[in-house]
Write a protein that binds this ligand. Structure first.
Ligand SMILES: NC(=O)c1ccc[n+]([C@@H]2O[C@H](COP(=O)([O-])OP(=O)(O)OC[C@H]3O[C@@H](n4cnc5c(N)ncnc54)[C@H](OP(=O)(O)O)[C@@H]3O)[C@@H](O)[C@H]2O)c1
Length: 248
Protein backbone atom coordinates (compact mmCIF):
# COMPACT_ATOMS: atom_id res chain seq x y z
CA UNK A 1 0.00 0.00 0.00
CA UNK A 2 2.68 2.52 -1.07
CA UNK A 3 0.28 5.39 -1.91
CA UNK A 4 2.63 7.99 -0.40
CA UNK A 5 5.87 6.83 -2.00
CA UNK A 6 6.43 10.11 -3.82
CA UNK A 7 6.03 12.16 -0.63
CA UNK A 8 8.35 13.25 2.19
CA UNK A 9 6.87 14.10 5.58
CA UNK A 10 8.05 15.92 8.70
CA UNK A 11 6.39 14.85 11.97
CA UNK A 12 6.99 16.77 15.21
CA UNK A 13 6.43 15.13 18.58
CA UNK A 14 7.43 11.82 17.03
CA UNK A 15 9.26 10.39 20.06
CA UNK A 16 6.01 9.14 21.63
CA UNK A 17 2.30 8.57 21.32
CA UNK A 18 0.35 9.96 18.38
CA UNK A 19 3.35 11.48 16.53
CA UNK A 20 5.31 8.25 16.68
CA UNK A 21 2.32 6.32 15.31
CA UNK A 22 1.77 8.91 12.54
CA UNK A 23 5.41 8.61 11.45
CA UNK A 24 5.14 4.82 11.41
CA UNK A 25 1.91 4.86 9.42
CA UNK A 26 3.12 7.41 6.86
CA UNK A 27 6.30 5.35 6.39
CA UNK A 28 4.24 2.17 6.01
CA UNK A 29 2.40 3.93 3.17
CA UNK A 30 5.71 4.69 1.45
CA UNK A 31 6.53 8.22 2.67
CA UNK A 32 10.08 9.20 3.62
CA UNK A 33 9.81 10.62 7.14
CA UNK A 34 11.76 13.16 9.20
CA UNK A 35 10.97 12.61 12.87
CA UNK A 36 11.51 15.32 15.47
CA UNK A 37 11.15 15.82 19.24
CA UNK A 38 13.56 16.59 22.09
CA UNK A 39 14.43 12.98 23.04
CA UNK A 40 16.95 11.88 20.41
CA UNK A 41 17.34 8.32 21.75
CA UNK A 42 13.62 7.71 21.15
CA UNK A 43 13.85 9.18 17.65
CA UNK A 44 16.84 6.99 16.80
CA UNK A 45 14.89 3.90 17.90
CA UNK A 46 11.99 4.95 15.66
CA UNK A 47 14.28 5.52 12.66
CA UNK A 48 15.79 2.04 13.17
CA UNK A 49 12.29 0.55 13.34
CA UNK A 50 11.15 2.28 10.15
CA UNK A 51 14.33 1.32 8.29
CA UNK A 52 14.00 -2.30 9.45
CA UNK A 53 10.53 -2.35 7.88
CA UNK A 54 12.03 -1.14 4.58
CA UNK A 55 11.28 2.58 4.98
CA UNK A 56 13.44 5.68 5.06
CA UNK A 57 13.66 8.11 7.99
CA UNK A 58 15.83 10.79 9.57
CA UNK A 59 15.92 11.90 13.22
CA UNK A 60 16.31 15.63 13.92
CA UNK A 61 16.05 16.73 17.57
CA UNK A 62 14.42 20.12 18.16
CA UNK A 63 12.34 22.01 20.70
CA UNK A 64 9.02 22.64 18.97
CA UNK A 65 8.46 25.77 21.05
CA UNK A 66 11.63 27.49 19.81
CA UNK A 67 11.38 29.37 16.50
CA UNK A 68 15.12 29.16 15.74
CA UNK A 69 15.18 25.41 16.33
CA UNK A 70 12.09 25.02 14.13
CA UNK A 71 13.84 26.93 11.31
CA UNK A 72 16.92 24.70 11.67
CA UNK A 73 14.67 21.62 11.66
CA UNK A 74 13.10 22.70 8.36
CA UNK A 75 16.52 23.45 6.87
CA UNK A 76 17.81 19.99 7.80
CA UNK A 77 14.63 18.39 6.49
CA UNK A 78 14.91 20.13 3.11
CA UNK A 79 18.63 19.29 2.89
CA UNK A 80 17.75 15.60 3.39
CA UNK A 81 14.90 15.71 0.88
CA UNK A 82 13.81 18.92 -0.79
CA UNK A 83 10.53 17.29 -1.87
CA UNK A 84 9.00 17.81 1.60
CA UNK A 85 5.23 17.66 0.99
CA UNK A 86 3.61 16.84 4.36
CA UNK A 87 4.19 18.60 7.70
CA UNK A 88 2.45 17.19 10.76
CA UNK A 89 2.32 19.79 13.54
CA UNK A 90 1.82 17.35 16.39
CA UNK A 91 4.23 18.26 19.24
CA UNK A 92 2.23 19.51 22.18
CA UNK A 93 1.35 18.97 25.79
CA UNK A 94 -1.62 19.02 28.10
CA UNK A 95 -2.23 20.60 31.49
CA UNK A 96 -4.58 19.22 34.10
CA UNK A 97 -7.16 21.51 35.64
CA UNK A 98 -9.10 24.60 34.69
CA UNK A 99 -8.23 28.29 34.90
CA UNK A 100 -8.39 28.23 38.70
CA UNK A 101 -6.96 24.81 39.38
CA UNK A 102 -4.18 24.34 36.76
CA UNK A 103 -0.52 24.89 37.62
CA UNK A 104 0.04 28.58 36.73
CA UNK A 105 3.81 28.02 36.35
CA UNK A 106 3.14 25.80 33.30
CA UNK A 107 0.97 28.22 31.31
CA UNK A 108 3.70 29.93 29.25
CA UNK A 109 5.51 26.66 28.45
CA UNK A 110 2.26 25.08 27.25
CA UNK A 111 1.29 28.04 25.04
CA UNK A 112 4.85 28.26 23.70
CA UNK A 113 4.72 24.77 22.20
CA UNK A 114 0.95 24.34 21.58
CA UNK A 115 0.36 27.75 19.97
CA UNK A 116 3.49 29.84 19.26
CA UNK A 117 5.77 27.04 18.07
CA UNK A 118 2.98 25.31 16.17
CA UNK A 119 2.00 28.58 14.42
CA UNK A 120 5.63 29.29 13.52
CA UNK A 121 6.03 25.87 11.91
CA UNK A 122 2.73 26.33 10.04
CA UNK A 123 3.88 29.71 8.76
CA UNK A 124 7.32 28.51 7.61
CA UNK A 125 6.01 25.31 6.02
CA UNK A 126 3.08 27.20 4.51
CA UNK A 127 5.44 29.65 2.78
CA UNK A 128 7.37 26.75 1.20
CA UNK A 129 4.19 24.99 0.06
CA UNK A 130 2.60 28.16 -1.38
CA UNK A 131 5.73 28.74 -3.49
CA UNK A 132 5.42 25.17 -4.80
CA UNK A 133 1.66 25.19 -5.28
CA UNK A 134 1.00 22.07 -3.19
CA UNK A 135 1.54 20.54 0.27
CA UNK A 136 -0.27 19.23 3.33
CA UNK A 137 -0.09 20.74 6.81
CA UNK A 138 -1.83 18.56 9.39
CA UNK A 139 -2.32 20.10 12.84
CA UNK A 140 -3.19 18.20 16.02
CA UNK A 141 -5.96 20.05 17.81
CA UNK A 142 -8.20 18.41 20.41
CA UNK A 143 -11.86 17.91 21.27
CA UNK A 144 -10.96 20.00 24.34
CA UNK A 145 -10.50 22.88 21.86
CA UNK A 146 -13.66 21.96 19.91
CA UNK A 147 -16.10 22.07 22.83
CA UNK A 148 -15.05 24.45 25.58
CA UNK A 149 -15.33 22.66 28.91
CA UNK A 150 -13.84 23.10 32.36
CA UNK A 151 -12.01 19.80 31.84
CA UNK A 152 -8.39 20.85 31.13
CA UNK A 153 -9.82 24.28 30.39
CA UNK A 154 -6.66 26.29 29.75
CA UNK A 155 -5.14 23.50 27.65
CA UNK A 156 -8.43 23.52 25.71
CA UNK A 157 -8.00 27.23 25.10
CA UNK A 158 -4.57 26.62 23.54
CA UNK A 159 -6.06 24.02 21.17
CA UNK A 160 -9.00 26.34 20.37
CA UNK A 161 -6.44 29.03 19.39
CA UNK A 162 -4.45 26.55 17.33
CA UNK A 163 -7.51 25.29 15.46
CA UNK A 164 -8.53 28.89 14.73
CA UNK A 165 -5.07 29.65 13.35
CA UNK A 166 -5.18 26.50 11.21
CA UNK A 167 -8.60 27.32 9.75
CA UNK A 168 -7.53 30.93 9.12
CA UNK A 169 -4.45 29.63 7.32
CA UNK A 170 -6.53 27.18 5.30
CA UNK A 171 -8.56 30.10 3.96
CA UNK A 172 -5.32 31.99 3.24
CA UNK A 173 -3.66 29.24 1.21
CA UNK A 174 -6.34 26.91 -0.20
CA UNK A 175 -6.40 28.70 -3.56
CA UNK A 176 -2.64 28.05 -3.86
CA UNK A 177 -3.17 24.27 -3.75
CA UNK A 178 -2.13 23.91 -0.09
CA UNK A 179 -4.28 21.90 2.35
CA UNK A 180 -4.36 22.70 6.11
CA UNK A 181 -6.16 20.07 8.16
CA UNK A 182 -7.06 20.04 11.85
CA UNK A 183 -7.46 16.68 13.59
CA UNK A 184 -9.30 16.87 16.91
CA UNK A 185 -8.90 13.65 18.92
CA UNK A 186 -10.75 12.68 22.06
CA UNK A 187 -8.82 10.81 24.74
CA UNK A 188 -5.88 8.83 23.35
CA UNK A 189 -3.84 6.56 25.62
CA UNK A 190 -0.27 7.92 25.47
CA UNK A 191 2.34 9.71 27.61
CA UNK A 192 0.10 12.77 27.35
CA UNK A 193 -1.82 12.04 30.58
CA UNK A 194 1.34 11.80 32.73
CA UNK A 195 2.88 14.95 31.19
CA UNK A 196 -0.39 16.86 31.70
CA UNK A 197 -0.50 15.81 35.35
CA UNK A 198 -3.71 13.78 35.28
CA UNK A 199 -3.81 11.51 38.28
CA UNK A 200 -4.56 7.82 38.09
CA UNK A 201 -7.79 8.22 39.98
CA UNK A 202 -9.09 10.84 37.56
CA UNK A 203 -7.96 9.05 34.46
CA UNK A 204 -9.36 5.70 35.62
CA UNK A 205 -12.70 7.45 36.11
CA UNK A 206 -12.71 8.57 32.45
CA UNK A 207 -11.63 5.15 31.22
CA UNK A 208 -14.58 3.64 33.12
CA UNK A 209 -17.00 6.24 31.74
CA UNK A 210 -15.87 6.26 28.11
CA UNK A 211 -14.78 2.65 27.63
CA UNK A 212 -11.59 1.81 25.74
CA UNK A 213 -9.50 4.87 24.86
CA UNK A 214 -8.27 5.59 21.34
CA UNK A 215 -4.85 4.18 20.48
CA UNK A 216 -2.27 6.46 18.78
CA UNK A 217 -2.52 4.23 15.67
CA UNK A 218 -6.24 5.10 15.36
CA UNK A 219 -5.35 8.76 14.85
CA UNK A 220 -2.42 7.88 12.58
CA UNK A 221 -4.69 5.96 10.17
CA UNK A 222 -6.84 9.08 9.81
CA UNK A 223 -3.80 11.22 8.94
CA UNK A 224 -2.58 8.84 6.22
CA UNK A 225 -6.13 8.66 4.79
CA UNK A 226 -6.45 12.46 4.66
CA UNK A 227 -3.10 13.20 3.00
CA UNK A 228 -3.60 10.39 0.46
CA UNK A 229 -6.70 12.07 -1.01
CA UNK A 230 -6.46 13.37 -4.59
CA UNK A 231 -5.30 17.01 -4.89
CA UNK A 232 -8.87 18.22 -5.53
CA UNK A 233 -10.16 16.77 -2.22
CA UNK A 234 -9.60 18.30 1.19
CA UNK A 235 -10.90 16.84 4.46
CA UNK A 236 -10.13 19.99 6.42
CA UNK A 237 -11.31 18.94 9.88
CA UNK A 238 -11.74 15.60 11.59
CA UNK A 239 -13.06 14.83 15.08
CA UNK A 240 -12.16 11.34 16.31
CA UNK A 241 -13.25 10.06 19.72
CA UNK A 242 -13.42 6.81 21.64
CA UNK A 243 -16.88 5.48 20.78
CA UNK A 244 -18.10 5.92 24.36
CA UNK A 245 -16.85 9.51 24.80
CA UNK A 246 -19.93 11.75 24.80
CA UNK A 247 -18.22 15.03 25.64
CA UNK A 248 -16.07 17.05 25.15
N1 LIG B 1 -3.48 12.01 24.15
C1 LIG B 1 -4.62 12.66 24.03
O1 LIG B 1 -5.61 12.35 24.70
C2 LIG B 1 -4.72 13.81 23.05
C3 LIG B 1 -6.01 14.21 22.69
C4 LIG B 1 -6.16 15.27 21.78
C5 LIG B 1 -5.03 15.88 21.27
N2 LIG B 1 -3.79 15.46 21.63
C6 LIG B 1 -2.64 16.19 21.05
O2 LIG B 1 -1.90 15.28 20.25
C7 LIG B 1 -0.53 15.67 20.24
C8 LIG B 1 0.33 14.47 20.62
O3 LIG B 1 -0.02 14.05 21.93
P1 LIG B 1 0.28 12.59 22.49
O4 LIG B 1 -0.97 12.07 23.07
O5 LIG B 1 1.00 11.78 21.49
O6 LIG B 1 1.27 12.98 23.71
P2 LIG B 1 2.66 12.34 24.17
O7 LIG B 1 2.59 10.85 24.13
O8 LIG B 1 2.97 13.01 25.47
O9 LIG B 1 3.68 12.84 23.06
C9 LIG B 1 3.97 14.21 22.93
C10 LIG B 1 5.07 14.39 21.93
O10 LIG B 1 5.32 15.80 21.80
C11 LIG B 1 6.70 16.03 22.02
N3 LIG B 1 6.90 17.33 22.64
C12 LIG B 1 6.28 17.85 23.72
N4 LIG B 1 6.79 19.07 23.99
C13 LIG B 1 7.74 19.30 23.04
C14 LIG B 1 8.64 20.37 22.80
N5 LIG B 1 8.67 21.48 23.56
N6 LIG B 1 9.49 20.27 21.74
C15 LIG B 1 9.48 19.17 20.95
N7 LIG B 1 8.67 18.13 21.14
C16 LIG B 1 7.81 18.21 22.19
C17 LIG B 1 7.18 14.90 22.90
O11 LIG B 1 8.56 14.65 22.65
P3 LIG B 1 9.79 15.00 23.62
O12 LIG B 1 9.29 14.95 25.03
O13 LIG B 1 10.78 13.92 23.29
O14 LIG B 1 10.24 16.34 23.18
C18 LIG B 1 6.36 13.74 22.35
O15 LIG B 1 7.00 13.20 21.22
C19 LIG B 1 -0.40 16.86 21.20
O16 LIG B 1 -0.43 18.06 20.46
C20 LIG B 1 -1.65 16.73 22.05
O17 LIG B 1 -2.06 17.98 22.58
C21 LIG B 1 -3.61 14.44 22.50
Amino acid sequence: MQVLNDRTALVTGASAGIGRAIAQDLAAHGARVVVSARRLDRLNDLVAEIEKAGGSALAVPADAGDARQIDALLEKTLAWDHRLAIVVVNAGRGLAGGLLSSDRSQWEAMYQVNVMGAAHLMRQAGAIFVRRGHGDIVVLGSVAGHHISPFSGFYGSSKWALAAAAEAMRREVCDKGVRVTTIKPGIVASEFQAVAGYNTENFTKWVKKFGPMLEPADVARAVSFIVAQPARVHISELVIRPTGQDYP
